[in-house]
Design a protein around this ligand. Structure first.
Ligand code: PBG
Length: 336
C-alpha cells in the first residue's frame, strides 16, 4: 500500500547533474599531499616491489622532474621520507646537515620556492640501527624506547629540517611531549613560522608493512605497540589530539585513514577548529593496487570512493600514494 504523500529521496539522485548539485563532499587536488621517498646513493629512480607504482628517488634532477610533473597536476604539498646510506645507534644521518633529507629540502626549496609546501617526516626509524622511533635503552633487563631521551633527538632532527627549508615538520614517532619539545626548539631558533603537523593519532598498524620494506625501517626487535596506539581504542584519540594541541601542533593527523574513519570523524568533531590530515597508508594503497592489478576492481572508482570517504569522515588533507593519479582523476570528473 502506497500512502500519500510518498516521500521520495530518489528524486535527488535522478540525474548526475542533480547529484552533483546536492553532493556534500568534494575531493579537491588542493587537499592532497604526495609522499615521496628519497634515497641516498642512487642515480635513477628505483621501483619499490612492495608498492607497485611507487619509487625511491635520488637527490638529483630526476626528483625535480617528478616534482615538476606533480606541480603541473596542481599538487601543492609533498612529504619527504629519507633513506640514508647508513644507519647508526644515534640516527645521526637524520640530523646531519648533509643528510639525504636536508639536501633534498635545500634542492627542492631552491628550485620550487613557494610553489610547493615542503613537509619533512620527522622520525628516527629509517636512520637508526634498530629501526625504532626513538632511543633504545636497557631497563630492568628489557630493551625499551626511552621517551625523554628520544625527545632530544627528535627536536634536533626537526630543527635541522627547518634549517634546510622545511615549511612543515611532521613528527611521526608518538613520543609523549614531542610536539612541545619541537615547538620550543623551533621557536628558540627563530623558526616561529615553521608549522608542526603531528601524527597525533597513529595506530600500531600492520598496514605500514609495505612502507617498512620501502624505507627499510622495520624494527629489528619488538614492535611499536608501546608507543603507537592500540587499534581497539577510539576515545583515546581525543587525549592524544588534545595534548598535541596544547603543545602547539598546527595540524593534527589520524593514521591509517581507510581503516579508521570513525576516529577521523571523532577527532574532527571534537576539535573542528584544527585542520585534520589523514594518511591513506602503504598497506591501504597496496590492497587497492593489488586488486586493480588483478583486474578485480576498477582502480579509479575504488580510489575516488575511498579518498572521498576519508574526506567525508572529516579529513581536510589526505596523504596518499595515489595523489598523482588522483589529481588527473579529479580533473576528469568524479564517478558518482
Ligand atoms: C615513521 C613512519 C611510518 C610511516 C610513516 N612514518 C612507519 C612506521 O610507523 O612504521 C608509515 C606510512 C605508510 O605505511 O604509508 N617514520
Amino acid at each position: 500500500m502506497v500512502t500519500f504523500p510518498v516521500l521520495r529521496p530518489r528524486r535527488l539522485r535522478r540525474t548526475k547533474l542533480i547529484r552533483d548539485l546536492v553532493a556534500e563532499t568534494e575531493l579537491r587536488v588542493d587537499d592532497l599531499v604526495l609522499p615521496v621517498f628519497v634515497k641516498d646513493g642512487i642515480n635513477e629512480p628505483e621501483a619499490i616491489p612492495s608498492m607497485p607504482g611507487v619509487f625511491r628517488y635520488p637527490v638529483n634532477d630526476r626528483l625535480l622532474k617528478f616534482l615538476e610533473s606533480a606541480v603541473e597536476k596542481g599538487i601543492k604539498a609533498v612529504i619527504f621520507f629519507g633513506i640514508p646510506k647508513e644507519k647508526d645507534p644515534f640516527a645521526s644521518s637524520a640530523y646531519d646537515k648533509n643528510g639525504v633529507i636536508q639536501r633534498t629540502l635545500r634542492m627542492v626549496k631552491q628550485t620550487f620556492g613557494k610553489r610547493l609546501v615542503l613537509i619533512a617526516d620527522e622520525c628516527t626509524d629509517e636512520y637508526i640501527s634498530h629501526g625504532h622511533c626513538g632511543v633504545v635503552k636497557e631497563k630492568g633487563g628489557e630493551l625499551i624506547v626511552d621517551n625523554d631521551e628520544s625527545l632530544e633527538v627528535h627536536a634536533r632532527i626537526a630543527l635541522s629540517q627547518a634549517e634546510a627549508g622545511a615549511d612543515v615538520v611532521a613528527p611521526s614517532n608518538m613520543m609523549d611531549g614531542v610536539v612541545g619539545k619541537i615547538r620550543r626548539a623551533l621557536d628558540e631558533n627563530g623558526f616561529t613560522d615553521v608549522l608542526i603537523m603531528s601524527y597525533s593519532v597513529k595506530y600500531a598498524s600492520t598496514f605500514y608493512s609495505p612502507f617498512r620494506e620501502a624505507a627499510y625501517s622495520a624494527p629489528a626487535f619488538g614492535d611499536r605497540k608501546t608507543y603507537q596506539m592500540d587499534p581497539r581504542n577510539a576515545y583515546e584519540a581525543i587525549k592524544e589530539a588534545r595534548l598535541d594541541i596544547e603543545e602547539g601542533a598546527d595540524i593534527l593527523m589520524v593514521k591509517p585513514a581507510h581503516t579508521y574513519l570513525d576516529v577521523i570523524r571523532l577527532v574532527k568533531t571534537t576539535f573542528p577548529e584544527y585542520p585534520l590530515a589523514a594518511y591513506h597508508v602503504s598497506g591501504e594503497y597496496t590492497m587497492i593496487k593489488a586488486a586493480a592489478l588483478n583486474g578485480w576492481i576498477n582502480e579509479k572508482v575504488a580510489v575516488m570512493e575511498v579518498t572521498t570517504a576519508i574526506k567525508r569522515a572529516g579529513a581536510d588533507l589526505i596523504l596518499t600514494y595515489y595523489a598523482m593519479q588522483l589529481a588527473d582523476w579529479i580533473k576528469e570528473g568524479d564517478p558518482f
